[in-house]
Each structure stands twice: as structure tokens, then as C-alpha cells.
Design a protein around this ligand. Structure first.
Ligand code: FB9
Length: 488
């Protein structure tokens, strides 16, 4: 429609000086004309030049006065030709803003005598303001002073009108030639490819966005944590066994069999297979002894340690169970210092709430070397967490059955403006390490945190159920820029 009109008009005229007038003269929306002009300009059928025009438009208040008359005239007309009217009476007859502005303007124009009684001082008045506003609505140009007085009363505001002047372009034709965007078999068979005009290839055009898979935020943060551990010279422990025996998950960690965490309120025990098939018998004897009567300077827990309790299979409650297996294996070899880490799922029979599910990902790091001290642990923690953007750490004494001393780790989180508990740590007890066969002076410092908490804080996820499970909003994943963890 608009295209034919523009190309048709240029067939007989040199130029379309103003797309705005052209649109109103031909009954088109200026916007449609502009879109056609841009497209025809793109194909060089026409040459379009921008033209701008400053114009004035009425504010909502201006529109009201253009419709109902200026407030000063409305007030004047409300005052009786003869005699007077009380100010209160008058006020009741008019809108509050009209009365207020009307009083000051009519007073200024000396049209009325404003006392307790209000009376006219002139017989007749012109509503110049209304006339000026209507003329602007008609697009007429007004004199500077009139514009300034209306502007001063915030009845009009400036508006820039953008349009185009159009001339014929190098590819001008009265109608747009269908340009072929593809050479098809049919073109070749029909041989009409000779006449066809092909659209130029736009090698800068972006192809359709490739809908690819997206990493779940947990996996993005997991990868970044892995990179930190690897940069610090840690090796990843194999965590591909969710099912574990109570022995490696608890007993080997010197966690007594009557410890509350070992009952089904906190732990998922397996029905099938309910018991583990094999354990290293010599080592089991040493674990049994240290639980029952201590040794290595410890008095143990002095209770009857039961093999069948240790045999029970469960869903691991922490990846520390994997650390136990790896340390036991390490103790079998000639001693070499080691740094190990694990990041994988653990299961706890806990009540589900905003930050707790029955499973989460535990992150664990450990350093095994001779003569390590609590100072070394604090040092490693500062190094590790500083790479997560958490520099200011505080430590609070804590208790774990398998570490002594133990510390909860806190960091001041700028965004949340508060100290956040960011993990737990400690030095594995000799009752755990020596039965494995480690030399006296070998120490193992370790710490743990969750993957979900940092991911929730970094992605601003308030409820863990929005991060994990069927309620996850996939679009959130798609549009969430990979967040950088305080590194670069
Ligand atoms: O992750 C936790 N908090 C955290 C971590 C990082 C973080 O980053 C933000 C970007 C700034 C924010 C918060 N916590 C550990 C602390 C709390 O959330 C705590 O309430 C919940 N804890 C889980 C266990 O809940 C029962 C988080 C989980 C946890 C706790 C302890 C360990 C591992 C995971 C451990 C250990 C350990 C100790 C000694 C030796 C070896 C392992």
C-alpha cells in the first residue's frame, strides 16, 4: 500500500519532501510510511534523508484547557455579570486546581476583583490561552512569547518529530522487483534464473540463535570450584558411589555407633542391599578396638562395637566417607603428602525447608602431610575462600566426631551485609588416622561446605527448590549470565 504510493509518487515527482505530510495527505500512519521507506532505502529503490522538526504538544493540563477553556476564563464566567459572589460560593463552582489557577490568572489579568466577595472588573474576556492551545493542536506555529507563556504554565512541552525526505535511489523502479533470495532447482529447470535478480548475500547477518543445552547453575559453580581446587594442586576423589557402608561413612571416622546421626532420623539406610559385602578385616579390627578401648593415647568410647552395625548400607551422608577410603588407601603406600577434594551428592533424612533438601552437594577439601597444624588449616581456608571472593574470615570452635579441633567458618558477605556461615573444618582425629596405618606425625586438615548455598546466593535464588528439582524455571537457567565467583 504505502510502498506502491511512494514508488508511484516518485514516478512523476522528483522528491517527497516530507514523509509526514505525505502520510497525512495519503491517509497512511506515518509509522507505516517510515517502515516502508527504511526497507526501500535498504534495497536502494529510494534515497531517504532524515528530517527533524521540533514541535510542541499539549500536556494533559493543556489538553483540558483546550477542551474546557482556561481556568481564568472558567472562573470569570462563574462570576455573575452584575453584583458579586462570595469567594466560597465561587470555589464550590469550580475544580480546586481551576479555582486556584483561575484566581491568580484572572487576578493578574485584572478581570475580577478578588475580595471576600468576587466581582467582575471587565464586561468581556477572550480565552487567548484556549485559542493558542487549539492552534498548537492543529500544528500551527506560534510566536516565541506565546510559546514561552504556555511553556511557563506547563501547558505545552517540546517534541521532536522525525521523518524523511525521499528521492529515487539507484535501483528505483515503480514497483519492487521480487528479488530471489535463493537459486532453486525449479529456477534452473525453468531457466528463469536468467531474469531473476538475486538479493545480495549479507555475510554479516547473524544466523538464528543456536538453541543449545545450558549448564545448570550448580554445575557452573561446581566447575569454578573444581578449577580453584586444581589450581591449588588438589586431586579429585572418585565419588561415584552414593551407596556406602556405615563402616566407611561413620566407623572409620571414629563416629560412635550410638551417635544420633547414625539413626534413621538423619540417615537413609538401605533395605536392599541392606549390608555391605566385604570390609578390610585387619583394619576393621583396629577400628573396633579404637572405638571400644581406644589406644594411640585415646581411651576410645568404651562401648561394645557391633560389626553388624558397621555392615549396614546407607546413602552416604557426607563425602567425608570417600575421604576415609582414600586416606586408608593412602596409608597403605609409602607416605607422600596429598591434597584431595570432592564435590558430589550426599543424602540426609532432614526436614525439607527453604535451604534444605534431603540431598545436597558437599564440597570437601583435605591436605595430608607431616606436622600440619591448625595454622595450616586456617592458611589453606584463607587461600581457598579468597579465591571465592571471600576474604574476611572468622572461625568459631565447633565439634565433629571425626575432627579435633574443629571450626565453623564465617565470612562477611558485602552483598548481604552480614556474616555468613560458609562451612565447617577440622583436623582428623588420631583415632581415625592411626588405625589406618599413618605414621604418628602425619596430620590431615580438612573442610567442607555445600554447593547449593553459594549457588543460591550468587544466582539470587531464594528457595532451594527453585534450584533443584521439577520446579526449576529453565528460562532462568537460559538467560542467567554465567556468574563469576569473585575471581575475574
Ligand atoms: O555451605 C555452607 N555455607 C555457605 C557456603 C558458601 C557460601 O558462598 C557464598 C557466595 C558467598 C555461602 C554459604 N554451609 C555448609 C554453611 C551453612 O549453610 C549450613 O547451615 C549448612 N551446611 C550444610 C550441612 O547442613 C547440614 C552447609 C553444608 C555443610 C556443612 C558442613 C560440611 C559440609 C557441608 C562439612 C564438613 C567437614 C568438616 C570437617 C572435615 C571435613 C568436612
Amino acid at each position: 500500500m504505502a510502498e506502491e504510493a511512494i514508488l508511484g509518487y516518485l514516478a512523476t515527482s522528483e522528491e517527497i519532501p516530507d514523509s509526514g505530510q505525505f502520510a497525512s495527505q495519503h491517509g497512511f500512519q506515518h509509522n507505516d510510511v517510515v517502515n516502508v521507506i527504511k526497507s526501500l532505502h535498504g534495497f536502494r529503490y529510494i534515497d531517504a534523508q532524515d528530517i527533524k522538526r521540533e514541535s510542541w504538544v499539549l500536556t494533559d493540563e493543556g489538553k483540558m484547557y483546550a477542551a474546557d477553556g482556561s481556568p481564568e476564563v472558567q472562573l470569570f464566567l462563574a462570576v455573575p455579570q452584575e453584583g458579586s459572589i462570595s469567594k466560597d460560593e465561587l470555589q464550590k463552582k469550580l475544580e480546586p486546581s481551576v479555582f486556584k489557577i483561575g484566581c491568580s490568572q484572572a487576578g493578574k489579568n485584572k478581570w475580577v476583583d478578588m475580595g471576600k466577595q468576587v466581582s467582575r472588573k471587565v464586561q468581556h474576556v477572550e480565552d487567548k490561552v484556549k485559542d493558542l492551545l487549539i492552534r498548537i493542536q492543529k500544528g500551527e506555529a506560534l510566536g516565541k512569547d506565546d510559546i514561552n507563556s504556555l511553556k511557563a504554565r506547563k501547558l505545552i512541552v517540546a517534541q521532536t518529530w522525525k521523518g524523511y525526505s525521499v528521492k529515487k535511489g539507484p535501483n528505483y523502479a515503480p514497483t519492487r522487483k521480487k528479488v530471489a533470495t535463493d537459486l532453486t532447482r525449479e529456477n534452473l529447470q525453468r531457466g528463469d534464473w536468467k531474469e531473476l535478480e538475486f538479493k545480495e548475500y549479507n555475510f554479516n547477518a547473524k544466523g538464528p540463535p543456536a538453541e543449545a543445552g545450558h549448564l545448570h547453575p550448580l554445575l557452573k559453580v561446581k566447575q569454578q570450584l573444581k578449577n580453584i581446587f586444581l589450581q591449588l594442586g588438589f586431586e579429585e576423589m572418585p565419588t561415584n558411589n552414593f551407596v556406602e557402608s556405615s563402616f566407611w561413612n561413620f566407623d572409620a571416622l571414629f563416629q560412635p555407633q550410638q551417635h544420633p546421626a547414625r539413626d534413621s532420623h538423619d540417615t537413609f539406610f538401605l533395605e536392599v542391599p541392606s549390608t555391605t559385602r566385604e570390609l578390610p578385616e585387619d583394619y576393621v579390627k583396629l577400628v573396633k578396638r579404637v572405638h571400644e578401648s581406644g589406644g594411640y593415647g585415646s581411651r576410645g568410647y568404651m562401648y561394645d562395637w557391633k560389626r553388624e552395625e558397621a555392615n549396614k548400607n546407607l546413602l552416604r551422608t557426607h563425602t567425608t566417607a570417600v575421604s576415609t577410603r582414600m586416606l586408608y588407601a593412602l596409608a597403605k603406600q609409602p607416605f607422600t603428602p596429598k591434597r584431595y577434594f570432592s564435590i558430589d551428592r550426599v543424602f540426609r533424612n532432614e526436614s525439607v525447608d527453604r535451604t534444605h533438601l534431603a540431598e545436597f552437594h558437599q564440597i570437601e577439601g583435605l591436605v595430608c602431610d607431616k606436622g600440619l597444624t591448625l595454622g595450616d588449616l586456617i592458611g589453606v581456608l584463607n587461600d581457598f575462600f579468597s579465591r571465592l571472593g571471600m576474604s574476611k574470615l572468622r572461625f568459631k570452635p565447633a565439634y565433629n566426631p571425626y575432627t579435633e579441633p574443629s571450626m565453623e567458618i564465617f565470612s562477611y558477605h558485602e552483598g548481604l551485609k552480614k556474616w555468613v556461615e560458609i562451612g565447617n573444618s577440622g583436623m582428623f582425629r588420631p583415632e581415625m588416622l592411626l588405625p589406618m596405618g599413618f605414621p604418628e606425625d602425619v596430620r590431615v586438615i580438612a573442610w567442607g561446605l555445600s554447593l547449593e548455598r553459594p549457588t543460591m546466593i550468587l544466582y539470587g535464588v531464594d528457595n532451594i527448590r527453585d534450584l533443584f528439582g521439577h520446579k526449576v524455571d529453565l528460562s532462568l537457567m537460559k538467560r542467567n549470565p554465567i556468574c563469576r565467583l569473585g575471581i575475574d
